[in-house]
Ligand binder design. Sequence first.
Ligand code: URA
Length: 258
Amino acid sequence: MKNATEILNWYKLAGIDTITADEPYNALQQDTHSETTNKVTDATALRPATTLLAQENATACINAKEECAKASTLSELKNILDRFEGCSLKFSANSTVFGDGNPNAQVMLIGEAPGADEDRMGKPFVGRSGQLLEKMLASVGLNRKDCYISNILPWRPPGNRTPTDGEIAVCLPFLLRQIELIEPKIIFLLGASAANAVLNNNASISSMRGKLLELQLENGKKINALASFHPAYLLRSSAQKAKSWSDLLRLKRYLQEE
Ligand code: URA
C-alpha cells in the first residue's frame, strides 16, 4: 500500500492528477477485460500505469547495473552517471553529487541523499550535517580528507522528501560500483536509509548499530560495515550523541586493530 501511495505522490509531483481512458477498466480483472475489449490491441495499453512504471523502473535498474559494470575507474563511473537518465530525480536537481574524497580511503562514509547545500555545491555533506560529520570524525582523530564520502542517491529529492524504493533501486548500482572500485577496509553507514539500502534489509538503526556488519559485493568480495545515526538526526536528537560517539570509537578501533 505504501508503494501505491508513493507512486500516486510521484504522479502528483510530476503534474499528473487525472486518469483518462476511453472506457472504465478494472485492473484487477485484466484477463476478462482483454477478452471483451478486442478493440485494444496494444498489450501495454492493458496494463495499469503502476505496472508500467514498475517495469520502466526495472529496466532502468538493469540498465544502470550494466552501465556501472563498464566502469573501471571512478572517473569513468562519474561520466556514466553524468550521462545516465534512468532516474527522474536528475531532472529536478541542480547537481549530480558524486562521491568525494580519498579514492584510496580505508573508510567509506555513506549517507542518504544530497540536501539543498549539497545540491547547490555539487559535493556530499557540505551543509549542517556535513559540518557535524566533520566534527564527529575529528573527535576520533579522523579527517574528512582521509575518507571517501558518498550517498545512496546522487540527486536531491525535491523538497528533501524521502526517496522512493524505485529511486533507491535505480541509483544503488552507482554506489555499489563505487564501493567495488574503492574497496575500503570498512563502510560507515549513516542512518537507517543508507544502511537498509546497502545491506538490503529493513532493520532499524538501533538494531544495527554497535555490531560489525558485512556487505557481500557482486564481485564476490566481502566488506565490513558499521551503522550509526545520521548527523541530521543527531542535530535534532542530541541525546543520541553518546551512542554515536561509541560507534565512532568502534570504527577507530576497527581501523587500528582489525
Ligand atoms: N545528508 C545526506 O545524507 N547526505 C548529504 O550529502 C547531505 C546530507
